[in-house]
Design a protein around this ligand. Structure first.
Ligand SMILES: Nc1nc2c(ncn2[C@@H]2O[C@H](COP(=O)(O)OP(=O)(O)OP(=O)(O)O)[C@@H](O)[C@H]2O)c(=O)[nH]1
Ligand SMILES: [Mg+2]
Length: 326
């Protein structure tokens, strides 16, 4: 294997080799295509992955399961994908409804959401993708939903803090763990790439408007699972800013602005990259031919001399400004 494959790619490749069924294989292949470094040296591999995706899709269609699966595959978009998971009626759809423009259904009765639905949540000048999902219970998890959950970057377990929150947490954890997922408070980039059961996660304690501050403190004291608890109210908006910040932290991405020589900084659409990315990674994102054409780059940012000339292996920080010279 070429030496410059990323740990994310290698993780997806392992996931493919260990996948139990075609749907998981297809998921892993798509992740491989997303994470493979895009440059000439990997052209052949990219073409090979695309061919395998196409074959796998055909195989699934042949087996008659394509409809069910595709509806549960949510392509990634924005700075990262967060899937909201939890028992019925806890407010998963309400959180997505208040933070995004997604056409989700909120209802007083349980089991109102039948399919995953994505929405984009503007966080500062980037967008975090939230995915609303059908509820899980110890008796039943809708077919295909584990594929959606597995694919996400971060899992947000949404519980209703006003109604036996610890039982809801236990149920959600055991449902996920029975299906091969362990939840961790660590950021995406801190997870052991060898352990593909592990996912970055947090607890969203929704409906805090219905309880007292003391009830939230009591939950924090009694809960010993290690995840961060984010108290929010989809009804009043309380806690949502803090939730956005926390999700941004867990996703472990940075945003980088670019500028053309002699022109102002393009502040409209920052590039989002994994923490630890370099100038070269940014160049690949901009255009796959750019790394070859790039002569040098200048960089502005905290702890840097304004416009200092730098090399392609320079590690970028959140909010850096980069000017690439070809
Ligand atoms: N008081 C209060 N009610 C809320 C809050 N969030 C949601 N609700 C109410 O809780 C009920 C369920 O909300 P949904 O968003 O549909 O819950 P859900 O988790 O998506 O439900 P399912 O899709 O059936 O699993 C609705 O009546 C909402 O209005 C909140 O923060 N405070
Ligand atoms: Mg719902």
């Amino acid at each position: 294997m070429p030496a410059n494959l990323t740990p994310e790619y290698e993780k997806a490749d392992r996931r493919f080799r260990e996948a139990g069924d075609d749907a998981e294989k297809l998921d892993a292949l798509r992740e491989m295509l997303r994470t493979i470094p895009k440059h000439k040296g990997t052209d052949h591999m990219q073409a090979d992955i695309k061919r395998r995706i196409s074959q796998m899709r055909k195989a699934i269609v042949k087996k008659g399961s394509s409809k069910g699966f595709d509806q549960f595959h949510v392509p990634k978009s924005g700075a990262g994908q967060v899937v909201l998971v939890g028992p019925p009626n806890t407010g998963k759809s309400s959180v997505v409804a208040t933070t995004t423009n997604a056409p989700v259904k909120v209802a007083e009765y349980p089991y109102s959401t039948a399919l995953p639905t994505p929405g984009m949540w503007p966080y500062e000048d980037v967008q975090i993708q939230l995915v609303d999902t059908p509820p899980i219970t110890s008796e039943h998890v809708v077919a295909g939903l584990m594929g959606t959950i597995n694919f996400a970057d971060v899992i947000a377990v949404v519980i209703d803090v006003s109604s036996e929150p610890l039982e809801q947490i236990d149920m959600a954890f055991s449902v996920l763990s029975d299906r091969g997922l362990e939840l961790s408070h660590l950021r995406c980039n801190q997870l052991d790439p060898e352990n593909h059961r592990l996912r970055s996660a947090l607890l969203v304690a929704n409906k805090v408007d219905l309880v007292s501050a003391g009830d939230v403190d009591a939950l924090r004291e009694l809960y010993s699972g290690g995840l961060d608890i984010m108290p929010v109210s989809a009804a009043t908006g309380d806690g949502l800013d803090a939730l956005g910040r926390k999700l941004w932290e867990l996703l472990a991405v940075i945003r980088v602005y670019t500028k053309q020589p002699g022109k102002p900084v393009d502040k409209d659409k920052p590039y989002t990259l994994a923490t630890g990315s370099t100038i070269n990674d940014l160049a690949v994102e901009i255009h796959r031919d750019l790394p070859e054409k790039m002569k040098f780059a200048r960089i502005w940012g905290e702890g840097r001399f304004d416009g200092q000339r730098t090399h392609r292996s320079e590690i970028l920080h959140d909010k850096d400004v980069v000017e690439i010279h070809q």
